[in-house]
Every structure is written in structure tokens, then in C-alpha cells.
Design a protein around this ligand. Structure first.
Ligand code: NAD
Length: 424
């Protein structure tokens, strides 16, 4: 399989820089609360940990891990853990800040946090991955907990890794603590609907945006970057609603199919071979050409910084659904706004995952579990209610949906900050 990394566009703006610029853009709309805005520019707590493990060949390797709690004004920290060779403290800071905004945007009683290890998990055996996860959990154990900070899956982490984290934390504390992580396997206190929740949220917000903008999903052409947990589920739901998935890109390659992919076939292929490259029911194109494919809806669902100003000038979509966190650079946001493209920002578009994580946490505390139908109905209600409020804010101030989402969310965060007051 080819690495495909040549089509990763290097970004001049770091994720933290992108986030700071997003905060600057919302400040004029915060009224009196703007007095507290600096609080959003300073993570509350950042922990760097050394994660040494013995490899299967007997040598010892050291990895750098992080856990950042950006803001805890509205409740315990909440946010995923990423295993990726490009993870840096600065990236985790930005991801934790976006979690603060996201939880407030959908009004969940959480602050924002995020974690990660700079590692390529594909190079580790199953046992090495388990040792890495357990040692990392132990190292950050002092600052996580069901009432303190609750990790969850993100890029390259999954339910199995959450099970190891829950087990390690519980052993260290001497009591089973299912609520310390979300995204767990079902028989360990996981929630029905959690695995598909983020993709579902992307679809639900996309369907609502399409309705408002008069785009028929039955005729829509959709391009998806990232075919993992988020992108593949969103693609599946759009295809089920009648849309055609005409382009898919992942780390291994880029494929197009004018008739629309059979998403289930592509999911099976990708699960078996670790990527989409080599799938026969589509034509391989150059990675950069992905941004020129004619589509009505574009779903960046891979990594941050992908939609640059240049790519924003070239895309043909009317709607961008940010499945990934931070996929659009601030300059690209300006280009898209000028071109009349509607961006449903990450902090609402992909909030389905954290919303069902919240349901999982609530179910763990009450030891009473809901049906998948109940979960999906509650999820749709929360996401659509939040989107409605955000759209009204955008209409009121004639601002892009991202700035409107930040306005709704930051008012909640800073009001909590103000009401709690400063200590001492
Ligand atoms: P994942 O590991 O399941 O999938 C990531 C996908 O991105 C894979 O298909 C991978 O091949 C692809 N990818 C990686 N590098 C790429 C590149 N350079 N170019 C094109 N594709 C590339 O991860 P995920 O959970 O689907 O997360 C994707 C994004 O969604 C991330 O930004 C993550 O932070 C965000 N997100 C995830 C969740 C969740 O519940 N999993 C929730 C909210 C946001």
C-alpha cells in the first residue's frame, strides 16, 4: 500500500493558531462577557508524560504522551485520545479547546480536554499497544476520573483501547470505575449507538442544512475525505438517504465513482485491507484532485488543516460538513464565506460523538441503559435543537455559522466563568 502522505497539504497555520483566530472572530459578539475572553486562550492544565514500554523484542521504547484540560468551568473535562505520529502538545491544546466549545455548543455539562500519544500504532503489536495504553493511562491517572476528566476514542483509538484504559484506571483505584472513559464496549458499560454517533451527527446536521438551503439529498453528490469511524458512517447514511458518494479519500489513496460507491462494499474492503487503495469499484486519482471533484456536499473527516484557501477556491460544494476537528483554515473560511459556501463547523457538525458519550456517562452513573432508538432520538433532538439556535444567531448578526456557534458556546462558557468568579 502506498503511504499517500504526499497529498497531505502542509499548513502554515497551526491548529492552536486556527483556534485562537476563531476566538478573535467571536470576541466582538460577546458583549460584556468579552472581559473574560482571555480565559479561552489559556489551557487550564497541560500534562506531558513519558510512556516507556518494553517492545516484543525486549528493547525499551519511550513515547511522549499528553493530556490537556483546556477549560473546566462548566464541568469535568471531556475529550478523546489520539494515537498518531504527528501528535504534538500544541495540537492537543487546540483539540482540547475545540472540545470546550463543542460541549458548550450542544449544552453538555462538560469542559474540554484531549489527550494523545506521538506514536504510529500501526507499527506496534497488539500486546505492545496494550502496554502503551495502560502505561499512558497510569501516567495521566492523577488528573482523569469520572468526575474530573473523561477520555474517549479519537483517531486510531477505539473501544478495545477504552476497555484497557478503564481497566487500568480501575485497578489503580481499587474499584471498577466504568464512567472514567466513554466509547467502551457494550458489556463494560458502553452505550448503544456510540460507535456511529459522530457520523450520524454529521448526517443529521447535513440533512438539516440541505433542507434549509433547498438541496435535495436524493440528487446530491457527496465527497468524503477520511473513511474511518466518522467518514464511513456519514457516507453510509448519506447513501441510504439517496445521495451519491462520488469521491472518497483516505491515507492510502483517493477514489472516484460517477455512479456512486457501494459504501458497504468499500467499508468491508477498507476493514480487510486497512485502507481504500486497491478497491476495484472506482478509479484512482491523484490526491490533490480530490478537491476538484464536482460535489454538492464535501465532508472533510480526516485530520485538521486540510481545507486551505487554495482548495477552498477550487471546491464546487455548496455545503461543507466538518466531520473532522479543525479541517478548515481561517483564510479558507473567508474564501468560502465570499463564495457563499455554507460551512457546518466541527463544533456542532461532529458533536454527535460527545453527545452520546454524555449519554454513556449518565447511563453508567445510573446503571440503567437505554435502547438504541432512545439514544438516536435524544441525539437528533439535541443536535437539531443546537443547530437551530446557532442558525438563528447567524441570521441575527449576519455572521457565518462558525462564528455563530462560537458566540452561543462562548457565552455559556464565559457566563459560567464569571459566575464562579476568580479564586482567590
Ligand atoms: P479514524 O482513525 O477512524 O479514521 C481516520 C480516517 O482518516 C481514516 O480513514 C484515515 O485513512 C484517514 N486519513 C488519515 N490521514 C489522512 C490524510 N492525510 N488524508 C486523507 N485521509 C486521511 O478516525 P475518526 O474517529 O474517524 O476521526 C476522524 C476525525 O473526526 C478526526 O479529526 C477526529 O478528531 C474527528 N472526530 C472523531 C470523533 C469520533 O467519535 N471518532 C468525534 C468527533 C470528531
Amino acid at each position: 500500500m502506498k503511504s499517500g502522505l504526499s497529498f497531505v497539504c502542509p499548513t502554515s497555520v497551526s491548529p492552536w493558531g486556527t483556534y485562537l483566530s476563531q476566538v478573535d472572530r467571536v470576541t466582538p459578539y460577546l458583549g460584556e462577557l468579552a472581559r473574560w475572553v482571555e480565559t479561552l486562550k489559556h489551557p487550564k492544565r497541560a500534562l506531558i508524560v513519558d510512556v516507556p514500554i518494553e517492545l516484543d523484542d525486549g528493547t525499551v521504547a519511550h513515547y511522549e504522551g499528553y493530556r490537556v484540560q483546556h477549560n473546566l468551568s462548566r464541568g469535568p473535562g471531556k475529550g478523546g485520545v489520539r494515537f498518531h505520529p504527528d501528535v504534538t502538545l500544541e495540537e492537543v491544546m487546540a483539540l482540547s479547546a475545540w472540545m470546550t466549545v463543542k460541549c458548550a455548543a450542544v449544552n453538555l455539562p462538560y469542559g474540554g480536554a484531549k489527550g494523545g500519544i506521538r506514536v504510529d500504532p500501526r507499527k506496534l503489536s497488539h500486546k505492545e499497544l496494550e502496554r502503551l495504553t495502560r502505561r499512558y493511562t497510569s501516567e495521566i491517572g492523577a488528573i482523569i476520573g469520572p468526575q474530573q476528566d473523561i477520555p474517549a476514542p479519537d483517531v486510531n483509538t477505539n473501544a478495545k483501547i477504552m476497555a484497557w484504559m478503564m481497566d487500568t484506571y480501575s485497578i489503580n483505584r481499587g474499584a471498577t470505575a466504568t464512567g472514567v472513559v466513554t466509547g467502551k464496549p457494550i458489556h463494560l458499560g458502553g452505550s448503544l449507538g456510540r460507535v456511529r454517533a459522530t457520523g450520524r451527527g454529521v448526517f443529521v446536521t447535513g440533512r438539516e442544512a440541505s433542507r434549509r438551503l433547498g438541496l435535495e439529498l436524493g440528487d446530491a453528490r457527496v465527497a468524503v475525505q477520511g473513511f474511518g469511524n466518522v467518514g464511513s458512517v456519514a457516507a453510509e447514511l448519506f447513501a441510504a438517504a439517496g445521495a451519491k458518494i462520488v469521491a472518497v479519500q483516505d491515507h492510502s489513496g483517493t477514489l472516484v465513482n460517477e455512479r456512486g460507491f457501494d459504501v458497504a462494499h468499500l467499508q468491508d474492503f477498507s476493514a480487510k485491507y486497512g485502507g481504500i487503495d486497491g478497491f476495484k469499484e472506482g478509479d484512482r486519482i491523484d490526491g490533490e484532485a480530490f478537491w476538484d471533484v464536482r460535489a454538492d456536499i464535501l465532508i472533510p473527516a480526516a485530520l485538521e488543516g486540510q481545507l486551505t484557501a487554495d482548495r477552498a477556491r477550487r471546491i464546487t460544494s455548496k455545503i461543507v460538513l466538518e466531520g473532522a476537528n479543525g479541517p478548515t483554515l481561517p483564510q479558507a473560511d473567508d474564501v468560502l464565506a465570499d463564495r457563499g459556501v455554507w460551512v457546518i463547523p466541527d463544533v456542532i457538525c461532529n458533536a454527535g460523538g460527545v453527545t452520546v458519550s454524555y449519554f454513556e456517562w449518565v447511563q453508567d452513573f445510573s446503571s440503567f441503559f437505554w435502547s438504541e432508538d432512545e439514544i438516536n432520538q435524544r441525539l437528533d433532538r439535541i443536535i437539531l435543537g443546537a443547530l437551530d439556535q446557532i442558525w438563528a444567531k447567524a441570521d441575527e448578526h449576519k455572521i457565518p455559522l462558525r462564528t455563530a456557534t462560537y458566540a452561543v458556546a462562548c457565552e455559556r462558557i464565559l457566563a459560567a466563568r464569571q459566575e464562579r468568579g476568580l479564586y482567590p
